[in-house]
Ligand binder design. Structure first.
Ligand code: SF4
Ligand code: SF4
Length: 426
């Protein structure tokens, strides 16, 4: 825990009045061994020096105080013990950023410090399972990227292994998780319907069967649909007697080829990049929160252009959903772990793109939105992104959602592989 405790030290604590004061007389998260005294509207720890605004027992403060905003808590479904971070601490976003490069696999925590679940907690790591099965689920919030990545990073090259793939839909879909038979099971709910947007990881027939039983209770209907399985997982499921069928494909490219765009294969894309390159004052920079308005304007132009040309109901439906997902990505990219880049012509934004690394060697592009008034902006920003990611072996640009024009455009970039996406049903 020592490495984690170091992360909790912040200059912010000096002027923060959250720790050591409590709303209730017997709070869940309390300093063990110290009692609380009523001070005005609140309860304050007896060791808190209100005049000096500091802990008078700092060297002998309990473990709970030493590690806060980290804590060891029962999961919401009471199925496991978790290392969590409390989002009531204003320093938690910075701690999460610092955590992103850390490996918590060897973490040792005291077993007697477990507290009850609080809504403000975000899970970081499963410490132990209690083994008792129940039907409750745990909420997966957009703050839980570290937790998600600790289970799915390096698990495959499909876009669904990236946290943003799911969280960009939080305006219309809620996400949940549960550990079943030692596997991480992800569930989603749109309207009243629950399903599994990923297979249990690691794959387990027992986890599939238990998830099916659970969803039969939640959906009040039998059967389970598991989306976004890789060919490998689908193969295992088929061997176990489950039904696995191909549902779509994703395009995987080698980034050096897209960074260079050499040869006849890339003649069209190269020409469009050159058309855009004729604009003055071109910059390709990191997306910052100040770019939100400019990117929203690009998104509107893109949406209006597509809307006028969309003939089919399903494409229109997808377009509207993509608009919502883009708004989420533009609003909270850091939280979702999205890398954003912006292409400018002078002060005006011509295009933007968002994606994330889903494994050591694969980066997935979730969005690439260009203002149609800037010819070649989409091709140019994609090439610049690939140049930046040249050390990352592969780029996944996702599927085509049955849209012929999109399929043709993705084929033109000569994918090195088309990754099969399978649906498993019970
Ligand atoms: S809530 Fe966070 S920032 Fe505030 S005093 Fe406690 S640890 Fe420090
Ligand atoms: S022991 Fe110290 S750090 Fe812990 S709640 Fe009391 S005053 Fe605060």
């Amino acid at each position: 825990m020592k490495r984690l405790i170091e992360l909790t030290r912040s200059e912010r604590c000096k002027n923060c009045r959250i720790c050591c004061r409590f709303c209730e007389e017997k709070p869940n998260l309390k300093p063990s061994g110290f009692s609380l005294k009523k001070t005005g509207e609140h309860y304050t720890c007896e060791a808190y020096d209100t005049e000096a605004c500091r802990c008078a027992a700092y060297s002998r403060r309990p473990f709970d105080c030493e590690v806060y905003p980290f804590a060891i808590a029962k999961s919401e479904d009471r199925g496991c013990s978790l290392l969590v971070i409390d989002t009531l601490c204003p320093n938690y976003p910075e701690i999460l950023i610092k955590l992103s490069g850390m490996d918590l696999s060897g973490l040792i925590v005291p077993s007697d410090s477990e507290i009850e679940w609080e809504e403000s907690f975000v899970p970081l790591k499963v410490i132990a399972q209690n083994g008792k099965a129940n039907d409750a689920l745990n909420t997966l919030s957009p703050d839980a990227g570290f937790f998600f990545r600790s289970h799915f990073f390096n698990s495959g090259r499909l876009s669904a292994y990236g946290f943003p793939y799911h969280m960009i839909w939080t305006e219309i879909t809620s996400y949940f998780w549960k550990i079943i038979d030692g596997s991480f099971c992800l569930f989603s709910r749109t309207g009243k319907d629950y399903s599994m947007p990923l297979p249990p990881l690691p794959y387990s027939l027992k986890a599939c069967r238990e998830s099916s039983r659970l969803l039969a209770v939640l959906n009040a209907a039998n059967g389970l649909t598991i989306f976004n399985s890789s060919a490998e997982t689908a193969g295992k499921a088929a061997k176990d007697g489950l039904t696995a069928s191909a549902s779509s494909e994703e395009f995987l490219y080698k980034s050096p080829a897209l960074a260079e765009l050499k040869g006849d294969n890339y003649k069209g894309a190269r020409w469009l990049c050159n058309v855009f390159a004729k604009n003055a004052e071109i910059t390709f920079v990191e997306y910052k929160s100040g770019d939100l308005e400019g990117c929203a304007a690009v998104l509107n132009s893109w949406y209006n252009h597509k809307f006028e040309r969309t003939k089919f109901e399903n494409e229109l439906h997808l377009l509207k959903h993509t608009l919502k997902a883009n708004r989420t990505a533009l609003s909270i990219p850091d939280k979702l772990g999205l890398t954003g880049r912006v292409l400018r012509c002078g002060a005006e934004i011509a295009a933007y793109t968002f994606g994330t690394a889903i494994s050591e060697d694969t980066f997935c592009v979730y969005f690439e939105i260009a203002n149609p008034a800037f010819k070649g902006a989409g091709q140019y920003i994609f090439r610049e992104l690939c140049r930046e990611l040249i050390a990352c072996k592969y780029i996944n640009t996702m599927g085509h959602d049955g849209i012929e024009g999109l399929k043709t455009a993705k084929e033109l970039y000569k994918p090195v592989e088309k990754l099969g996406v399978y649906t498993i049903t019970i």
